[in-house]
Design a protein around this ligand. Sequence first.
Ligand code: FDA
Length: 395
Amino acid sequence: MTTKTDVLIIGAGAAGLMCAATAGYRGKSVTVVDMGKKPGRKILISGGGRCNFTNENASPENYLCQNPHFVKSCLSRYSAQDFIELVDRHGLEYHHKTLGQLFCNDSAQDIVDILMTECDWAGVNIALRSEVLSIEKNTDGYLVKTSGDSYQCASLVVASGGLTMPKLGATPIGYKIAEQFGLNIFPTTAALVPFTLHDHDKQRFDGLSGISVDCLVSSESGVIFRENILFTHRGLSGPAILQISSFWQAGQSITINLLPDSPIAELVSEWRQNSPQKSLKNLLATVLPKRLVESMVNHKEITDKAVNQLSNDEVTYLGQYLHQWQIKPNGTEGYRTAEVTLGGVDTDELSSKTFEAKKAAGLYFIGEVTDVTGWLGGYNFQYAWSCGVACGQAV
Ligand code: FDA
């Protein structure tokens, strides 16, 4: 059976649902197809189940894209404040965490419920368990065959997401459609993802799992984030590591300042005055996790002696070591645990106002499938809302 609809949207995720409601309110007949059993599956697991649904400070600087200007238009037309007004209208209870991040008080399900209510009010039809199998362009627009029905639409919106979390239904369909219509695609890679370590570092960090430290972490390209790092039994994670992973390339090192607020030279001089006989190990354990300090001493990376016996060279070395701790990751955990996919459909192929492909009238790409990747902290959902609205106003 072939169903006619003005707009067909592939993907009932953040971008697809937002686009659907916006187009539906404009009087368009809209159908969203998704291969999953439920809509918004990534929203449900996001933010540890509480969905970091936006960031109050979201601006173009928080996004990686080959064309840094691309997101300006949609972010200014539908900002974090606009999404906050939407959730306020629905009575969502939420809280501010650090760095402008907003989270649901109760559950990420509340965000999915808001989007589904909006879609319902806008008269959107949602067809779940419908995997897209093929697309054909014809004189009336696009014919889309799914594992359920077939659809004939004037406007086809690809909101099928990236490659992260294949067990939640990530497929390369969006890139395949872009390829089918001759659009350029930038190579994709996992981002906002934990690092794995080489064997020698795994041995060094054995026993540190669970330790979290507030650090400054920098990439070889000079990008710096101040947040926590977390030692895990697989490698390194935590917000600062996830952030820097988006700027890391295989073979590169990252540099970690373990004491961003306390220059070691000042600390040592204070310790030399106040507790000259105390061991460096015990004093460092007052400013860093004890297990981490013990591990550094046990692996002979730092010396342990009374602070008044440290030579100036030893203090200089200690400063270099703790303020510029270098680690060369072995790799990342990949798409299995990554939050987002870096790369994707080249935004130069799309209108930044409507998200329509310049080479294929009536075909649109929004959300993670495009070459736009936000930092950690609610930026990725904000992009999904902003581009969803921009596209929904145009289809
Ligand atoms: P999304 O992936 O949400 O939706 C795509 C949809 O397309 C899916 O429902 C999929 O089933 C469907 N689909 C794919 N192929 C198909 C096919 N062949 N046929 C039919 N349907 C198909 N961001 C943020 O801002 N704050 C946060 O707290 C988090 N937290 C977070 C945690 C974890 C664990 C992950 C993995 C990710 C996050 N993110 C996040 C990132 C955020 O989830 C992501 O940026 C958005 O979900 C992207 O929205 P999209 O709508 O583009 O794709």
